[in-house]
Design a protein around this ligand. Structure first.
Ligand code: TRP
Length: 339
């Protein structure tokens, strides 16, 4: 088909994935999801629940289905939109794992061993599963099977994206120009520090709060947040610059609120509990529409299933084209001889 002159140029395509560990949490929202929602206005978006990745980190088979469902509900609740984006579960599109296998042919083991995430994770095992080493190959396949132009990820995924580009380059050099080199869209939110004020927010560390949590639960979690350690008594002035609660306020309050909290903290006009109360209230208000939409989807699980199945069917059609092209280029086409 020829492109006519007035045909709109193809929108750039974005891909990103998230592991299913249940309901999304505050860190997922601030670091990824709220950005994904906005990207849908400008890009052709593909959002994937990466269960094939999750099995490399010892996920519990008994819990996987629930975790996938809860993350899917979270996606829909925050506004990932099946009318405008593909939303599906990775294992429904086996083309990802097939391409990952084919990429083994162009991926140097040395590059995999250099990945800092690999080195961190490998320390936890006496005998390291190959899936931990090969994890970034599957990630490259996720992205490249759709020939995505850009990938919104956190800073911690930069190295994996560089490897994805390297795999694209090596494949192109060996078998002919096939893949674009996708660009990493690194979020400006930076690392979202957990409520413990120590580690990156993560569900497994218990230092966060679910985006669909009830108001009293939000308060119960936020109340535990670590503030300025030097502020011992209510009458001590606080230091917002070193306070993680203050940095979380930035995401939920406007400049006027931030100025006010800054002043009231440094003059001990309010205590840390008051300050956390304001934060909990603002989070509760910001997430109220998510809770409402989640209620609907939880009551109508078939709608969620339908979104994921339609997403997978459309994704398979796209991914299948790339797989056909790659098989051809790599010589997996024995039928040729048979006319
Ligand atoms: N590794 C990513 C993470 O842990 C998840 C992921 C899997 C991903 N495949 C992807 C992210 C492809 C972006 C693109 O956050």
């Amino acid at each position: 088909m020829r492109m006519s002159d007035n045909e709109a140029p193809r929108k750039k395509r974005v891909f990103s994935g998230m592991q299913p560990s249940g309901e999304a949490h505050l860190g997922n929202y601030l670091g990824a999801l709220r950005r994904w929602v906005d990207l849908q206005d400008e890009y052709d978006c593909i959002w994937c629940i990466v269960d094939d990745h999750a099995i490399t980190s010892g996920s519990d088979p008994q819990e996987m289905a629930q975790h996938v469902f809860d993350l899917a509900v979270s996606f829909l609740a925050v506004g990932l939109d099946p009318e405008r984006a593909l939303i599906f579960v990775q294992s429904d599109v086996p083309e990802h794992t097939e391409l990952a296998w084919l990429f083994n042919a162009v991926t140097p083991v040395g590059e995999l061993e250099r990945m800092t995430q690999y080195k961190d994770k490998a320390q936890r095992f006496e005998s390291v599963p190959a899936g931990i080493l090969n994890y970034p190959i599957l990630q490259a396949a996720d992205i490249l099977v759709y020939k995505a132009d850009a990938v919104p990820v956190g800073e911690d995924q930069r190295q994996h994206l560089e490897l994805t580009r390297e795999i694209a380059r090596r494949f192109n050099a060996a078998y002919g120009e096939t893949f674009p080199e996708p660009e990493a869209l690194i979020g400006e939110a930076g690392r979202i520090l957990g409520l413990d004020g120590e580690a990156k927010m993560s569900k497994s560390l218990g230092n966060t709060v679910g985006i669909l949590a009830e108001p009293d639960e939000i308060w119960a979690r936020v109340r535990t947040a670590v503030t300025d350690p030097q502020r011992v008594r209510r009458s001590d002035p606080g230091r917002p610059e070193v306070c993680n609660v203050y940095s979380l306020h930035r995401h939920f309050g406007d400049d006027a609120l931030l100025d006010r909290i800054h002043r009231q903290c440094t003059t001990a006009e309010i205590g840390c509990v008051d300050c956390k109360r304001i934060l909990a209230d603002n989070i509760t208000r910001a997430f109220a529409p998510f809770r409402e939409r989640a209620l609907h989807y939880r009551a109508h699980p078939r709608e969620v299933r339908q979104v994921l199945e339609e997403g997978a069917a459309r994704a398979r059609a796209l991914a299948g084209e790339t797989i056909a092209e790659v098989r051809e280029r790599m010589g997996l086409h024995w039928r040729r001889l048979f006319g």
